[in-house]
Design a protein around this ligand. Structure first.
Ligand code: MG
Length: 162
């Protein structure tokens, strides 16, 4: 077994689609990024790459590469799940904390859990998502951004006999 830790932060800008954890949220501002800016899935990707000993999300999908412009982060996570599987790693569980005073997380929590679990190919109860506000403190206060932390456990699947 191994664990990996991921973190990401994106600015929120009015008029952008607000996709977090692979779920579109009804919010007037959304994350800015070269891809869709889904800080939650980016944190999950980095937790998984960290656990599996793969390169981080910025190295795998550079933000100066036109292929990843406005990319759907769900597709990026699916690609990383495949890379980890190629190395014999299967995801056990994932836990996520989302810190923002922007979109409300609680109403979308179960949808995010189900979506992340589906992308990882694991049961929804093996994914947890918690929203935290920032008590009006720090650079993300007032809904200017969203930060996400994720931790991921992987287990090595025994190689099939050839
Ligand atoms: Mg990111």
């Amino acid at each position: 077994m191994r664990v990996g830790l991921g973190f990401d932060v994106h600015r929120l800008e009015a008029g952008r689609r607000c996709v977090l954890g692979g779920v579109e949220l009804p919010h007037p501002a959304g994350p800015v990024g070269h891809s869709d800016g889904d800080a939650v899935l980016h944190a999950v990707i980095d937790a998984l790459t960290g656990a599996a000993g793969l390169a981080d999300v910025g190295s795998l999908f550079p933000d100066d590469d036109e292929r990843w412009k406005d990319a759907d982060s769900a597709a990026l996570l699916t690609a990383v799940v495949g890379l980890a599987a190629d190395e014999g790693w299967r995801v056990g569980n994932v836990d996520v904390v989302i810190a923002t005073e922007g979109p409300r997380i609680a109403p979308a929590r179960d949808a995010m859990r189900a979506r992340i679990a589906a992308l990882l190919g694991i049961a929804a109860d093996a994914v947890n998502v918690k929203g935290k506000t920032l008590e009006g403190l720090g650079a993300l206060a007032g809904g200017t951004g969203v930060a996400a932390q994720a931790i991921c456990l992987v287990t090595r699947v025994p190689a099939e006999p050839r």
